[in-house]
Design a protein. Structure first.
Length: 208
């Protein structure tokens, strides 16, 4: 069985990024009947605050200290959330661009799960290294004005796909595909462009 974790980062019911990801998911299901899908909507998920106890627990892992009782409780909560992510073979993200970056609820989720000993390690002489192996990520990206071919930075700068790729790479995920519908607003043919993006989405993420 192939496990796919579908992470929805848009709160909008008519989200274009979710529509792209849904098209991709439908195609993946058709090609892989053994696909098991777990949907994680960051706007509906109960995400705990990354408070002082959790930060202390993280730093204890980094520095090799044993957890005290408070830290053990905090770290067990983090581990439970991260293990759901770690268990997946494929990650499918639906992510609109917000102010050049990702929605804050997705950043909250990433800050919870991206932990030493869970998603990454740190070697002082060589730096960070990822702990995830043989994973694949598919990212559906949308933005209002920004596009990779925008004539100037006045239309926006991409701290969106670049951040997601950097984070995934640090966790050990290097097999990454992108589906883009950009721009969604400053587009001479928004309907046609969206249909083309949906069609392209159905050919992404071949599963063997």
């Amino acid at each position: 069985m192939i496990k796919l974790l579908y992470i929805k980062a848009s709160p909008r019911p008519d989200s274009k990024s979710v529509a792209l990801a849904d098209a991709c998911l439908a195609a993946l299901k058709a090609r892989a009947p053994n696909l098991s899908v777990d949907i994680l909507d960051v706007w509906r998920e109960k995400l705990p605050v990354f408070d002082g106890d959790k930060v202390d627990a993280k730093m204890s892992v980094v520095t090799g200290r044993r957890h005290d009782r408070r830290q053990r409780t905090a770290w067990s909560e983090i581990t439970a959330i991260a293990n759901r992510f770690i268990a997946a073979d494929i990650y499918l993200f639906a992510v609109p661009m917000w102010n050049g970056g990702i929605p804050y609820r997705l950043k909250h989720y990433i800050d919870l799960i991206h932990q030493p000993g869970l998603l990454f390690g740190l070697e002082p002489s060589t730096g960070y290294f990822g702990l995830l192996k043989n994973k694949k990520a598919i990212i559906a990206l949308t933005s209002g004005a920004y596009s990779p071919t925008a004539p100037s930075p006045a239309y926006g700068v991409d701290h969106h796909s670049t951040y997601l790729r950097s984070w995934l790479n640090q966790a050990g995920v290097t097999d990454i595909e992108e589906i883009r519908f950009q721009p969604t607003l400053l587009n001479p043919d928004p309907d046609g462009s969206h249909k083309a993006a949906i069609a392209a989405a159905s050919h992404v993420g071949v599963v063997s």
